[in-house]
Design a protein around this ligand. Sequence first.
Ligand SMILES: [Zn+2]
Length: 119
Amino acid sequence: MKKFCENCGAELKENSEVCLECGKYVSKKGNNGNGEENNKLALSGFIVSIASLIINFAGIVGLVGAILSGIGLAQVSKGNGKGKGLAIAGLIVGIFSIIYGIYSIINLADTLSELALFF
Ligand SMILES: [Zn+2]
């Protein structure tokens, strides 16, 4: 089955990922209307943010996820790949993780100061 570039309409060689005519990235999946893949930063930001719910590490993991998602969101907005929903979700979950991390630290500090008073 022949494939054609969604951007300029030039015929594509089999298994080529980039259009030789206009240089636009073309998905191997071809003619299903999804010419672009998920933005890698948006995707990894989302994964890190989800991971931060399990390994919070004082909100640092969430911070990394939020930053990756934020950069990913900016790239997606410029048309660099798909994944706006992923990026926004990663950003929200990441920020939630940061807040939870800070809350945990405050809680721990409270507990420690109560212990200090006790002794
Ligand atoms: Zn093209």
